[in-house]
Design a protein around this ligand. Structure first.
Ligand code: ADP
Ligand code: MG
Length: 360
C-alpha cells in the first residue's frame, strides 16, 4: 500500500511539531524517519497511524484520504521502543491478542501464531511470560504481535532504542531480512543514522518539524541537501570563514568559490568530510593547511588521525594503505589537502560543491 502525507502541519499550543511535511512511502518499501530528538518523527508517525489528527494537510492510503479515519479503521501495526507486551499473558497469548479481539476462529489463530513464532525464531518459548525473555526477544514478540492481524502498514517507533549495541545490530539485520520476505510497507523511526542507512530503502531526514531531505542512503550520503544534513551525518570537519572575490577563506586554507565574485565578504561555513581530507608530508599544489599529528588510531576500517591545525583541531581518515605509504607518526608536521569541500554561504545559502580538480 502506498502512503502519502501531504502538506501536514501539527502544533501543540504555540509549538510547531510539524511544518508543511510531505512524504511518500511507496508500496512495499521500508522508509526511515531520521532526525534528532524533538524533530517531529514520532508526531509524524502518529499522524500516519491516525493516533494524532493534523491541523492541516492530509494522509492518503493508496490514494484514499484517511485523514478523518481512526487508527483502528486504518489497520496498521505498531511497535514502540518500550515493550508494550502484556506481562500477565504468555508469548502465545500476546501474539494472539489482536486476533482474539478481531474474533478470528480458533484454528486460524493457532496457525497464524505458529507461523509468527517460526518467523521470529521463538518456537518452543510460547509458554513463557515476557519477563522470562531477553530484551531482543521481547521486541521480536512485539513485532509478531503487530504483524499478526496482517496490517497493511507497519509503523515502528525506535523499536531497538532500549537495547544494547550488539542486540540492536542483530535485530537490524533481522528486521531487514524479515521485510524482504514479507514486503510489508513499513515506516521506521530512528535517531541513529547508521541504523537508518543500514535498514531503509529510503530515508527521510527531519529537523525542527521539517523534512530536510528524502533519498536513498547512497543519495543522501553522496549529496547531502544542506548544512543540517551534513552536520547530522557526522564524520566532518566544520570550518567557519568567509567568501569574497571568488574565493572561500577558511583560516589558512583558501579554496576557489567562483559562485561569489563580489568584494563584500559574506560569512560562510565549509564542511570537509574526514575521509575527504588527504594528508601529505610535503607541501604541494595550491592551498593547504599545516598541521601536527596529535593522535593516530589504527583500530578501525580506516586510520583516524587527530591533527592540530593553526586555529583548531581537525580529523582525517585514511585507508591503511595510504597511511603506511606516508609513514607519519605522532608529532610529525603534515600538510592537509581537502579533496572535496562543501560550502554554505549565509545568508543567501548559495552552495558550492568543490571537487578535487578545483582544489589541487
Ligand atoms: P521526536 O520523535 O523526533 O523526538 P516528537 O514528534 O516526539 O519528536 O516531538 C516533537 C516536538 O513536539 C517535541 O519538541 C515535543 O516536545 C513536542 N510534543 C510532542 N508531543 C507533544 C504533546 N502531546 N504536547 C506538547 N508537545 C508535544
Ligand atoms: Mg520520538
Amino acid at each position: 500500500m502506498n502512503i502519502a502525507v501531504k502538506d501536514v502541519w501539527k502544533t501543540y499550543g504555540a509549538f510547531h511539531a510539524l511544518r508543511d511535511v510531505s512524504v511518500e512511502v511507496p508500496k512495499g518499501e521500508l522508509v526511515a524517519l531520521l532526525g534528532p530528538s524533538g524533530s517531529g518523527k514520532t508526531t509524524l508517525l502518529r499522524v500516519i497511524a491516525g493516533l494524532e489528527a493534523p491541523d492541516a494537510g492530509s494522509v492518503l492510503y493508496q490514494n484514499d484520504d484517511v485523514t478523518q479515519r481512526t487508527a483502528r479503521e486504518r489497520n496498521v501495526g505498531f511497535v514502540f521502543q518500550h515493550y508494550a507486551l502484556f506481562s500477565h499473558l504468555n508469548i502465545y497469548e500476546n501474539i494472539a491478542f489482536g486476533l482474539r479481539i478481531r474474533k478470528w476462529k480458533r484454528d486460524a489463530i493457532e496457525e497464524r501464531v505458529r507461523d509468527l513464532l517460526r518467523l521470529i525464531q521463538l518456537e518452543g518459548l510460547e509458554k513463557r511470560h515476557p519477563s522470562q525473555l531477553s530484551g531482543g526477544q521481547r521486541q521480536r514478540v512485539a513485532l509478531a504481535r503487530a504483524l499478526a492481524p496482517q496490517p497493511q502498514l507497519l509503523l515502528l517507533d525506535e523499536p531497538f532504542g532500549a537495547l544494547d549495541a550488539k542486540v540492536r545490530q542483530e535485530l537490524r539485520v533481522w528486521l531487514r531480512r524479515l521485510h524482504d520476505e514479507q514486503h510489508i510497507t513499513s515506516v521506521f523511526v530512528t535517531h541513529d543514522q547508521e541504523e537508518a542507512f543500514e535498514v531503509a530503502d529510503r530515508v527521510v531526514v527531519m529537523d525542527k518539524g521539517r523534512v530536510q531531505q528524502v533519498g536513498s542512503p547512497d543519495e543522501i550520503f553522496a549529496h547531502p541537501a544542506n548544512d543540517f544534513v551534513i552536520d547530522f551525518l557526522g564524520g566532518v570537519n566544520v570550518f567557519h570563514g568567509r567568501v569574497e572575490n571568488g574565493h572561500a577563506h577558511l583560516g589558512e586554507l583558501v579554496v576557489p568559490y567562483p559562485e561569489y565574485s563580489d568584494q563584500r565578504p559574506l560569512p560562510a561555513t565549509a564542511y570537509i568530510r574526514n575521509h575527504e581530507l588527504d594528508i601529505d608530508v610535503r607541501p604541494h599544489g595550491h592551498s593547504n593547511l599545516e598541521a601536527r599529528v596529535l593522535r593516530i588510531n589504527r583500530t578501525g576500517a580506516s586510520v583516524k588521525l587527530n591533527l592540530a591545525a593553526p586555529e583548531r583541531d581537525v580529523t582525517a581518515e585514511l585507508d591503511h594503505g595510504r597511511f603506511e605509504e606516508l609513514g607519519v607518526r605522532t608529532g610529525d608536521k603534515v600538510y592537509l589537502y581537502p579533496r572535496h569541500v562543501r560550502i554554505f554561504v549565509e545568508p543567501e545559502f548559495q552552495t558550492a560543491d568543490l571537487r578535487s580538480e578545483a582544489l589541487l
